[in-house]
Design a protein around this ligand. Structure first.
Ligand SMILES: [Zn+2]
Length: 447
């Protein structure tokens, strides 16, 4: 692939949602397969690491490219998309599967597994966390991800080490991956005498206030404390809500109501929202209307939900565990999908590959009928919910952070792992070698 600093990528297919509307005029001449997939044939000029020109692909536009004086990358009708943004991960838990597996695969088994690994066995010392979290970053980068938000478990004995590692990795990786952190604690913690100090510590790191919402009688009181702490420090919020099939779990609706009540201006994200799919139509529609009104971004975690939800020993699962992504999208709520856990007790698989997340998400959530603009759910939408204007887009003047696939359609894209994709960062094809699992052997299996 080209190492030239000035070159054209020709014969690429770019999803419509990433194309400037001024290029759309030639839409009528598109082949039916391209119309169905909403892919647009394009040529893209890269110079000095930036995208400087984009044109609709046609015999005329190809003829206008000075092929004798500039390098050419022929995409051969392959799809070209912006680098990914992964809005909801748990880098601190990652890759401990062999050390602390979840042998019954249940949600409770996952909680027990993390408690044992982190609190009982005190495995999460500086080096353990640093190397496992960096392993996740290396995978993400190699697969084409440019921004990651990670939730970080904050039991009192852990907070300092975890956030020290986070700070160091954020700094070390800042040119490759924009890293954000969210606290992961029971929401009741913010309503204790320590809540204020904890919120200060989060603000000090430049992190985001978050935690796990449960249907408890004091829930509104906890929300009141959190919204007050976040507002005073100008922090945004990110909750785990309703990660259960119990229709009575309606923390999403109550977070939205609190956001409106406190007139909260910063971004709120709610992750999982599984029980929305088990509620009756009126209840769910009312919650979605409030979510829309409170401008909450929703992140669905289809792989983890498929794994943990509806898991009962010796019984086949009956539902896929995911939230009402299509119904939320239909009301213009921003819906992202993300990877969540990776090779830990909450999800025994995964490789921080947002293409795999999109591929699994498309099948679990039926995002293929039609594909429409769902590719935004792993690119521009999570980026915008993270407040990042330079991620997840293909725009003139921006850094050429792009992923080029051999796949010429969504069917081809989502049928193979696309291990031969090319990731361009600042216009240069990166080394996509994945870290070796053996790197972590001493941490996971002992010396
Ligand atoms: Zn999570």
């Amino acid at each position: 692939m080209s190492e030239a600093s000035h070159y054209w990528i020709i014969n690429a297919r770019i999803p419509h949602c990433f194309i400037d509307s001024s290029l759309h005029e030639s839409e009528t001449i598109l082949a039916p397969t391209l119309q169905r997939d909403r892919l647009f044939p394009c040529n893209v000029e890269i110079n000095n690491g930036h995208l400087v020109q984009m044109m609709a692909n046609s015999p005329d536009s190809l003829a206008a490219i000075p092929t004798e004086s500039v390098a050419i990358v022929d995409a051969k009708q392959g799809m070209l998309i912006p680098c990914f943004a992964d809005l909801h991960t748990h880098l601190d838990k990652g890759h401990i599967w062999e050390r602390s597996p979840n042998l019954d695969g249940t949600f409770q088994g996952a909680l027990n597994g993390i408690y044992k690994d982190c609190t009982e066995n005190k495995n999460w010392h500086y080096e353990d966390l640093y190397r496992r979290m960096e392993f996740g970053l290396k995978c993400s980068y190699a697969h084409g991800t440019k921004a990651i938000r990670t939730h970080l478990d904050c039991p009192p004995h852990q907070f300092e080490t975890t956030f020290q590692v986070f700070r160091e990795l954020r700094e070390k990786w800042k040119d490759k991956i924009t890293l954000q952190a969210v606290s992961l604690v029971p929401l009741s913690y913010f309503d204790t005498p320590d809540g204020e100090e904890f919120a200060d510590a989060i603000a000090d790191v430049g992190a985001i206030i978050g935690g796990i919402a449960h249907m408890v009688p004091e829930f509104e009181k906890y929300l009141g404390a959190i919204f007050k702490l976040a507002t005073a420090r100008n922090l945004s919020l990110d909750f785990h809500t309703d990660e259960t099939d119990d229709p009575q779990s309606q923390t999403l609706r109550r977070v939205a109501a609190a956001g409106l009540e406190y007139d909260f201006k910063a971004q709120i994200i709610c992750g999982h929202c599984c029980s929305l799919a088990t509620q009756d139509h009126e209840t769910a529609a009312a919650a979605i209307a409030l979510v829309k009104k409170a401008n909450i971004g929703i992140v669905s975690l289809p792989m983890c939900n498929l794994y943990l939800q509806d898991r009962v020993a010796d019984r086949t699962p009956r539902w896929r565990g995911v939230t009402l992504a299509k119904e939320l999208d239909a009301q213009a709520v921003k819906v992202a999908i993300s990877s969540d856990n990776c090779r830990d007790p909450f999800y025994g698989f995964g490789d921080h590959d947002m293409l795999q997340v999109f591929s699994m998400g498309a099948k679990i959530l039926h995002l293929d009928t039609p594909y429409d603009n769902w590719i935004e759910s792993v690119t521009s939408r999570p980026a915008s919910l993270m407040g990042l204007s330079n991620v997840g887009k293909i725009e003139i003047g921006q850094a050429a952070d792009l992923i080029l696939f051999k796949a010429r359609s969504y069917s081809e894209l989502l049928s193979r792992p696309q291990g031969d994709r090319v990731v361009f960062r600042d216009g240069v094809a990166i080394d996509r070698t994945l870290p070796d699992y053996a790197e972590l052997d001493d941490l996971i299996f002992g010396e």
